[in-house]
Design a protein around this ligand. Structure first.
Ligand code: PMP
Length: 358
């Protein structure tokens, strides 16, 4: 037959597109500007020589789970490793969502949460952020009090807007509901805060972290969850058995064992972020939203054209100007100092009233 019947449920689904175009300065995907330190890469190559490529990997990546658990004062059963945070987010929708289930979401935020909800038939209950992108805390508490929310996703710091969720609020919410509260700390290392201390008292708290940002491993695909064993066990029911391959496990263990080596780079990004935010505030026409992450969201007139002019100068940033609640917004990853200089110089050139300015 020369026909195929497609699933009409997917007719309007637009595939996720990170708009990852080649550029001299890649400031669009919130990656680390630095590759893994050379010593770690040497150690990875050494360990790779002993890898049995013919064997399936440990389905649960237990060696890495144990390392992560010990560092966080937890047990193996409190940790789950996934093929990037993305896989664990999808598994969250599978395990806690589905037809008849409800996810509370706080847009504008990471669009993958809503996409996963759609794919799993989960209803999305949106409690939009305030104009300054802080959470509508009262709105969330009031909605959760209705008792029908199955899971809540809070992103701290939030992507793409940069704000932290207050620990007081998380504590309050956890006490007010038995819904799962997933706190996505993908950018947590850049905020120097975590709600990890709350795990002991709250079975319904789950924390997501990733190796992709502070640990220079976006290319490897590794993320992990910290939570109560009863919650982690639910993920074991839905996860793909071998989603974390042997190479990723090996890289993850090596990186995690050497994680102190990343502290100077993390501190460097934080200080660059403060410098870039301050410099952006001096450029006329740009509104800068404060950030605790490794990126900065700005609002600027004609953002789509500014994006193009930056790209023409070899700088790729993320254009959110057509996204709901993010009209005229661009997101800049904090890069290496010279990349940040290139971005600032280009913006001054584009917006500063010189040739081609607005
Ligand atoms: N959460 C947030 C808020 C993110 O921005 C990202 C990556 N863009 C992820 C989770 C997933 O990251 P990864 O799959 O690379 O671990």
């Amino acid at each position: 037959m020369d026909r195929v019947r497609l699933n009409s449920r997917l007719a309007d689904v637009v595939p996720y597109d990170p708009k990852y175009l080649p550029a001299q300065h890649m400031l669009s995907a919130n990656e680390s500007p630095a590759n893994l330190p050379e010593d770690i890469r040497i150690e990875i190559r050494r360990r790779m020589k002993r890898l049995d490529f013919n064997r399936y990997p440990d389905p649960l990546a237990n060696e890495l789970r144990d390392l992560i658990a010990a560092t966080n004062g937890l047990e193996r059963g409190n940790v789950l490793v996934g093929n990037g945070g993305d896989e664990l987010l999808f598994n969250t929708a599978l395990a806690f969502g589905g037809p008849g289930k409800k996810m509370l979401n706080c847009p504008p935020t990471f669009s993958v949460y809503e996409a996963n909800a759609f794919l799993t038939g989960t209803e999305v209950v949106n409690i939009p952020r305030q104009p300054d992108f802080h959470l509508d805390e009262m709105g969330i508490l009031t909605r959760v009090a209705e008792g029908d929310i199955d899971f809540v996703v809070l992103t701290s710091p939030n992507n793409p807007t940069g704000q932290l969720v207050s620990e007081t609020f998380i504590r309050h919410l956890l006490g007010a509901t038995d819904a799962l509260v997933l706190v996505d700390e993908a950018y947590g290392e850049f905020s120097r805060t975590t709600c990890r201390p709350l795990l002991g008292q709250h079975k319904n708290l789950l924390i997501l972290r990733t190796f992709s940002k502070a640990f220079s491993c976006a290319g490897v695909r590794l993320g992990y969850l910290l939570g109560h064993e009863e919650v982690i066990d639910e993920y074991l029911k839905v996860r793909q058995p071998y989603s974390v391959d042997a190479i990723s496990q090996l890289v993850g263990c090596t990186v995690f064992e050497h994680r102190q080596m990343f502290s100077p780079a993390i501190m460097g990004i934080i200080s660059q972020r403060e410098r870039v935010m301050e410099a952006l505030r001096q450029i006329p026409g740009i509104r800068v939203y404060p950030s605790d992450a490794n990126f900065i969201l700005v609002r600027v007139d004609n953002a789509g054209e500014v994006w193009q002019q930056l790209y023409d100068r070899g700088i790729l940033v993320r254009d959110f100007s057509k996204a709901p609640m993010l009209e005229n917004c661009l997101r800049f990853t904090v890069g290496a100092p010279q990349e940040n200089d290139a971005l600032l110089e280009a913006l001054r050139d584009i917006l500063g009233g010189g040739n081609g300015g607005y």
